[in-house]
Design a protein around this ligand. Structure first.
Ligand SMILES: CC(C)(COP(=O)(O)OP(=O)(O)OC[C@H]1O[C@@H](n2cnc3c(N)ncnc32)[C@H](O)[C@@H]1OP(=O)(O)O)[C@@H](O)C(=O)NCCC(=O)NCCS
Length: 145
């Protein structure tokens, strides 16, 4: 798999890949929102290609303090071949190079099987934290693509 930086020309294919892989595509996945993410983190939004077809994607983000991983997906036809690990290893290396101290990710409870995948890569479950969220503008959040 060849790993490249995401550019907006891959937008449609990446949305299809997320949908095929069961990722919830939401209000922050519109073209405009992903472009904002890309501008803030131009080196951390990665795609993986096999035979020139996009089969993997992950969004990395750094807010100046912590790193975040969002929407990791490998095309179902290409899963369990080491590609998920490969794209995550590349992203972690990029975080390391910019000096990020700690990286977080969130797993929806319906998807808890994926915990084993991340454990394999050295991630640890946090049971000392409670995650809370706040929605400043409910209209924005309801937006669908
Ligand atoms: C999670 C996901 C990215 C893993 O990608 P993948 O390419 O299949 O994973 P890899 O082949 O690189 O697996 C690496 C290791 O993790 C293990 N692994 C992968 N998926 C696993 C799972 N669901 N449960 C347990 N172990 C798993 C592999 O067996 C492999 O172990 P090994 O090195 O001992 O052989 C992929 O299953 C996916 O896209 N899932 C749907 C979207 C999703 O849930 N994304 C995560 C959102 S938080």
């Amino acid at each position: 798999m060849k790993i490249e930086k995401f550019t907006m020309e891959s937008y449609e294919n990446v949305i299809k890949l997320w949908r095929r892989s069961g990722i919830n595509v939401g209000s922050t996945d519109t073209r405009d929102e992903l472009e904002k993410m890309l501008q803030r983190n131009p080196n951390l939004f990665l795609i993986g290609k096999v035979n020139n077809r996009i089969i993997g994607v992950v969004i990395g983000g750094f807010d100046g303090r912590r790193g975040y991983v969002h929407h990791l997906a490998i095309d179902p036809d290409y899963q369990k071949k080491g590609y998920g690990k490969m794209i995550m290893d590349e992203l972690i290396e990029k975080f390391r190079k910019i000096g990020v101290h700690k990286i977080h990710l969130f797993i929806e409870k319906y998807n808890k099987d994926v915990v084993e995948f991340y454990r394999n890569l050295g991630w640890e479950i946090r049971d000392d934290l409670i995650m809370m969220s706040f929605i400043p503008d409910k209209n924005l959040y309801k937006m669908r693509i």
